[in-house]
Design a binder for this molecule. Structure first.
Ligand code: PEP
Ligand code: MN
Length: 372
């Protein structure tokens, strides 16, 4: 059960202390306080853990400071959408807002290679009004003999170049807890020119110790990719690991499932699950068309499959797009064949705009159909 307190409740006020004392007196119930600091208000939620079946929601509603009571019926306690629960994960990071209503494009390099390529990328994004990108420094590779990413040593110049060209958030994969420390140190040393959204890749979706470590820090939001060979429920529980450790600023990423039923795509595109994630949880949903499709194949209409599936995800309400670009795909050290070209960036963004407008029109139409 969750007690949602009135906005801006001071947890040290007499009234709130009285509430906490009453909760402490409940048998076999532990409490955990969770605060969300928004731009205009601070929301405090108190999670009641234990034998909550015995509690009467109407009585709990009468307790001091309590605005609303949500009975948790699902297993995703923090990130889940419970009965009559209209809350959404809604947070701002480095000046950019993320929720189930927003849309941000993270176009960038799958793997950082040279400062020249990073600069071409962020410059182009800046010219087109973009403030987010993706940059891989720690690459989880199938073969130990493949390029593993430049690692910590590229971070200072990547952050500096990103900041210089107005990038506010970089999605960057971490595969080990030491990578968080490296990112923190490089940001500190370079004077925080940009921000980092930590990405946990599909190969680490169930790396529970990594999830716990990343969940214990609240400085960076987290993009958790769906595991490519496990059930949706298992992946959503993995997201809950992050939240249960303290970080609920989690975005859930769809990147296709590993099965030859998806051939000739690299993975079976699963963007039809965008509305499912939004219904089951309050997390913003990201789609990764590059790793889903894995090639530059196109249909007779001349539209690349990558663009087709991007539009399909966005028209279904996706909140974030992670896409591989490269200034010289032939020279890319990782995933060159699926990279979009720099002269396709503006076109890609325009195509996304069309799909987003169509999605918003569909929402308006659905509201009219159901009486506003
Ligand atoms: C990536 O985004 O570069 C990546 C490796 O993705 P995934 O974990 O989905 O394979
Ligand atoms: Mn890749």
């Amino acid at each position: 059960m969750i007690l949602i307190l009135k906005p801006n409740t001071d947890t040290n006020s007499d009234e709130c202390r009285q509430l906490q004392a009453q909760l402490a007196g409940l048998p076999n119930i532990d409490t955990r306080i969770h605060q969300v600091h928004g731009a205009e208000q601070t929301l405090t939620e108190i999670y009641l853990i234990g034998n909550t079946q015995a509690l009467d929601p109407d009585e709990m509603q009468q307790l001091p400071c309590v605005e609303r009571v949500v009975r948790i019926s699902e297993e995703y306690r923090i990130l889940g959408r419970h009965q009559d629960d209209e809350r959404s994960i809604d947070f701002e990071y480095n000046g950019i807002r993320f929720s189930q209503d927003t849309l941000h494009v993270f176009a960038g390099l799958c793997a950082v290679d040279t400062p020249e390529h990073v600069e071409i990328m962020v410059q182009a994004l800046n010219r087109l009004g973009q403030q987010c990108t993706r940059m891989g420094a720690f690459k989880p590779r199938t073969s130990p003999y493949s390029f593993q990413g430049h690692g910590a040593k590229c971070l200072p110049w990547v952050f500096e170049l990103a900041g210089k060209h107005g990038i506010r958030v970089i999605a960057m994969e971490v595969t080990h807890e030491s990578h968080l420390d490296a990112i923190g140190q490089a940001l500190e040393q370079s004077g925080h020119p940009t921000g980092v959204m930590l990405q946990i890749g599909t190969r680490n979706t169930q790396n529970f110790e990594l999830l716990k470590y990343v969940g214990r820090q609240v400085e960076h939001p987290v993009l958790l990719k769906r595991g490519f060979g496990i059930t949706l429920e298992e992946s959503l529980n993995a997201a809950e690991y992050l939240a249960s450790e303290g970080n609920s600023h989690v975005i859930f990423g769809l990147r296709g499932m590993k099965t030859n039923m998806g051939d000739p795509h690299r993975n079976f595109v699963d963007f039809s699950h965008v509305p499912v994630i939004k219904r089951l949880t309050r997390m913003p949903v990201c789609i990764d068309p590059s790793h889903s499709v894995g090639s530059r194949a196109h249909a007779p209409d001349r539209i690349l499959d990558i663009l087709h599936v991007t539009a399909q995800g966005i028209i279904a309400g996706a909140n974030m797009v992670l896409a591989d670009f490269h200034p010289a795909p032939d020279k890319a050290l990782v995933d060159g064949p699926q990279a979009l070209h720099m002269d396709e960036l503006e076109y890609f963004l325009q195509d996304i705009d069309i799909a987003r407008k169509a999605y918003l029109q569909r929402v308006t139409l659905a509201a009219a159909q159901h009486g506003g």
